[in-house]
Ligand binder design. Structure first.
Ligand SMILES: Cc1cc2nc3c(=O)[nH]c(=O)nc-3n(C[C@H](O)[C@H](O)[C@H](O)COP(=O)(O)OP(=O)(O)OC[C@H]3O[C@@H](n4cnc5c(N)ncnc54)[C@H](O)[C@@H]3O)c2cc1C
Length: 312
């Protein structure tokens, strides 16, 4: 193996997705040799410019027959690139796109595969990938040989900053008969909130007591310039839409500030918000697990604090 890490850039409709910078950040932190970003697109050069992130040594442009994502083409093109470059590791996103090509790529390469990875460390033999399956109830360390593929959980690794000056090269896409044809994009309904992009989140849990108290926390969120999120029981009860749910079976968020009102801090909830920069918890039970990860907390009534903020 000649070394280095190949990062597969993810993009949508001509824009690089945030997770790409996180993949680069993780690859850089591994200190496993040069970091190469592979950009597969109909016209990869525009995207390649956005891949000039800190720590990137090279951006490889692979012009594909289709403009957007095509799992058959990506698997074949990356297979050819990996065979040519022999990296220590291939890093992709644990995303809908990643799912569609990375496991097949790993099978084709005959190396290892780890999905939904939340931590990475270099070893002499390859890499150790940390996973937290069963809703975070189990901590797992998977040892993978050199030449493996890892899929990293979005909003988990520190993103590389802009400002790199990588070299740019081209790699020819092999001829592939794809089984897919892209037909159209369907826009997300405008009413659906994008929790994943929110910078400040006020989140409410069962501790708010009653459905009619949601209005109070809507005012709290408005006052703080925050987006309102919630724990799962409020969604299950039909009080809040699923688009507002934070956690393992909801959205993974990474805001600057996350304020949890009346949320206990179950592992499935923590799985979705522990990447927040600052966590503030308000919970009457001072032994609630949420205080274990909160930097600031108050063991008081959530409604009392909510009213003070909304009306203060
Ligand atoms: C497969 C699976 C997936 C799941 N996915 C998710 C997920 O994505 N997101 C998620 O959130 N959960 C998820 N859950 C559910 C999770 O296990 C918990 O049940 C849930 O997170 C608890 O929500 P909560 O903290 O609002 O409620 P509770 O655990 O009931 O906690 C309520 C808290 O409010 C406090 N409280 C009570 N009164 C007040 C008051 N007046 N003021 C302040 N605090 C007060 C209590 O002390 C308590 O800590 C999942 C579970 C499973 C099995």
């Amino acid at each position: 193996m000649s070394g280095g890490v190949i990062v597969v850039a993810e993009h949508l409709r001509g824009a690089l997705r945030d997770v790409t910078a996180e993949l680069v950040g993780a690859a850089m932190a591994l200190d496993a040799g040069p970091v190469t970003v592979a950009v597969l697109a109909g016209e990869p050069s525009a995207l390649a410019v956005s891949c000039a992130l800190e720590g990137v040594d090279e951006v490889v442009e692979i012009a594909t027959p289709s403009a957007g994502f095509d799992s058959d083409v990506w698997r074949a093109a990356l297979g050819a690139l990996v065979t040519d470059r022999q990296p220590r590791l291939v890093v992709a996103a644990h995303s809908v796109d990643g799912m569609a090509f990375a496991p097949a790529l790993a099978a084709e390469l005959g190396g290892g595969l780890a999905t939904d990875v939340i931590g990475l460390a270099s070893t002499a033999a390859g890499v150790t990938a940390a996973r937290a399956p069963y809703g975070g109830k189990v901590a797992m360390a998977v040892e993978l040989p050199v030449g493996s593929v890892v899929m990293l959980r979005p909003a988990t690794f520190a993103a590389a900053a802009a400002g790199g000056s990588p070299s740019r090269t081209a790699f020819a896409c092999p001829a592939v008969v794809s089984r897919l044809a892209h037909r159209d994009y369907v826009e997300q309904a405008a009413s659906e909130v994008d929790l994943g992009a929110a910078d400040v989140i006020v989140s409410i849990g069962r501790g708010i007591g009653d459905r009619e108290n949601i209005a109070l926390f809507e005012r709290v969120a408005a006052r703080l310039g925050a987006t309102l999120g919630s724990s799962r029981p409020l969604v299950d009860a039909g009080w809040m839409p699923h688009a507002r749910q934070v956690g393992q079976s909801g959205t993974t968020v990474k805001p600057s500030v996350y304020v949890a009102f009346g949320i206990s801090g179950a592992v499935q909830h923590l799985a979705g918000m522990k990447g927040a920069r600052t966590i503030i918890a308000v919970n009457t039970d001072r032994d609630a697990p949420i205080f274990g990860i909160a930097q600031f907390g108050a063991a008081v009534d959530a409604l009392e604090v909510g009213e003070a903020i909304a009306d203060g």
